[in-house]
Design a protein. Structure first.
Length: 393
C-alpha cells in the first residue's frame, strides 16, 4: 500500500528545475515592474501616452493629470444610444467632476429654483474646459462674474442669482448638440443657451476620409468587450505594461507612413457648411419656440489668427486642409451672423475671434483650448455682452 502511495507521489511531483524557473521568472517580473515604476516616476516631466492614458487618478502631477483627464475622454464617457457617447453621471477625477445629471461641475436641480437665472452652455472640448480645473472653465467663471454683477445691483434685494450649466462635451459636433438640447437641456428650463461651437464641425471637414468614421470609433470604445476592459485594468495596474506600450507606440510612430496629399472631395465643403447651419437653425428655432434666449459664438482659436504656415506647423496637417478649414470657419461665421440677425430670431451673436491673437489665451502647441487666462477673457467678454444687451443680468 505504501509503495503505491509513493508511486503516486513520484508521479505528481513537480520537477525541482521547474520550481526554480518559475520562481526566477516571478522574481524577474517583480524586479522589472519595480524598475519600470522607478523610471516612470523619474520621467513624469515627459510621460508617455500610455502613462497618461492608464495611470490611476491622483498619481500624476497636476499638469499631467489635467492632460490625462482631458485627452482621454473614454475614461469618463459611456455609450449613448442617441448621442453616441456622453459623460458618466457622477464620475469624479482629481480636477474634473460630473454631477448627477452628467454635466461638468456642481450639482444642479432638475427643476429650476425660483429667482434663478439659468444659463446653459453647449459646445465641445473648449467650452467644456479641457486642460483646466472645474472652477476655472469659462462657464464657471461666467457664473461668478454674473453673480457678482447681480449682487452689486438693485436685484440683490430680490435674491436673484445666476446658475451656469456646463453642458458642453469634448468632441461634440453640432448634430450632437441639437440632440443634447432636446434630450437634456430643455427640461432644465434655461433662460439663455450659449451655443459655443463650430470648430469640431470644421475638423470633421478636414479629417481624411477613412473606412471607419470618428463616431463609429467612439461607439466601439464605449462598448468595449470584456477582454479589452481587462486589458485596460491591467495597464492601469502595471508600469511594466505601460512601458512596453510606450515602446511599441514609439516604434510604430517611427514606421508611420506620411499622410497622402489631402484633397477636398467634391461637394464636401458645401455639405459640411449646410449641415452646421441647418443644425444651428434647428437649435435657434427650438429655443425661440420655448421663449428661451440664445447667444451664438463661433468658437475662437489661435488657429484663425496665425498665418497658414504657422497653422500648418501647429496642427501638422497639409496646407490644402488648412486652407479649407480656414475658409469653412469664415463662411460659417458670416452665415451664422446672418441667421442670428434675422428679425424673427430671439438670439444674438458675439464675435470673439480677436481673442485668438491675445498671447497666453490658448494652450501652447495646442492653439484650440483655452488656458485659465483665456477662460477668464472669454467669460468677461460674454458677461459684458449680457449685462449690456440683456436687462435680466
Amino acid at each position: 500500500m505504501n509503495m503505491q502511495a509513493g508511486h503516486r507521489d513520484a508521479h505528481f511531483r513537480i520537477p525541482t528545475s521547474a520550481v526554480y524557473v518559475t520562481a526566477i521568472t516571478i522574481a524577474l517580473i517583480v524586479l522589472l515592474e519595480l524598475a519600470a515604476r522607478i523610471v516612470e516616476y523619474a520621467t513624469f516631466k515627459t510621460p508617455t501616452t500610455a502613462t497618461l492614458e492608464h495611470m490611476r487618478i491622483g498619481r500624476l502631477p497636476e499638469a499631467d493629470q489635467l492632460k490625462a483627464e482631458h485627452r482621454f475622454w473614454g475614461n469618463y464617457m459611456r455609450h449613448d444610444p442617441y448621442l453616441v457617447y456622453s459623460p458618466i453621471p457622477g464620475w469624479s477625477g482629481r480636477y474634473t467632476h460630473f454631477n448627477s445629471l452628467g454635466f461638468r461641475g456642481a450639482e444642479v436641480s432638475a427643476r429650476k429654483p425660483a429667482q434663478v437665472l439659468r444659463v446653459a452652455v453647449l459646445g465641445g472640448s473648449t467650452a467644456f474646459g479641457a486642460f483646466v480645473k472645474d472652477e476655472r472653465t469659462f462657464p464657471a467663471v461666467l457664473q461668478d462674474l454674473l453673480d457678482a454683477h447681480l449682487a452689486e445691483g438693485s436685484s440683490q434685494e430680490s435674491g436673484s442669482r445666476v446658475e451656469v450649466v456646463n453642458a458642453a462635451v469634448p468632441g461634440y459636433v453640432s448634430t450632437q448638440e441639437v440632440i443634447a438640447l432636446q434630450l437634456k437641456l430643455l427640461s432644465l428650463a434655461p433662460d439663455l443657451v450659449i451655443v459655443f461651437d463650430g470648430l469640431n464641425d470644421v475638423f470633421v471637414l478636414g479629417s481624411p476620409l477613412r473606412g471607419t468614421t470618428r463616431m463609429e470609433e467612439w461607439e466601439s470604445q464605449c462598448t468595449m468587450p470584456l477582454s479589452q476592459r481587462i486589458r485596460r485594468s491591467m495597464m492601469a495596474s502595471s508600469a511594466l505594461l505601460r512601458a512596453a506600450q510606450g515602446v511599441k507606440s514609439a516604434v510604430a510612430l517611427r514606421r508611420q507612413q506620411p499622410e497622402p496629399t489631402w484633397e477636398l472631395p467634391p461637394g464636401r465643403f458645401d455639405d459640411s457648411v449646410s449641415v452646421y447651419l441647418g443644425n444651428l437653425k434647428s437649435m435657434l428655432a427650438v429655443l425661440k419656440s420655448r421663449n428661451i434666449a440664445a447667444l451664438t459664438i463661433i468658437q475662437p482659436a489661435r488657429l484663425w489668427s496665425i498665418s497658414e504656415l504657422e497653422m500648418q506647423a501647429a496642427t501638422h496637417i497639409p496646407i490644402e486642409r488648412v486652407r479649407a478649414m480656414r475658409a469653412m470657419h469664415d463662411v460659417m461665421k458670416h452665415a451664422a451672423a446672418d441667421i442670428t440677425g434675422q428679425p424673427d430670431m430671439v438670439s444674438n451673436m458675439l464675435d470673439l475671434d480677436d481673442i485668438g491673437a491675445v498671447p497666453g489665451s490658448f494652450i501652447e502647441d495646442d492653439d484650440i483650448h483655452l488656458t485659465e487666462a483665456g477662460s477668464r477673457a472669454v467669460a468677461a467678454r460674454i458677461a459684458d455682452f449680457l449685462v449690456t444687451h440683456d436687462n435680466r443680468f
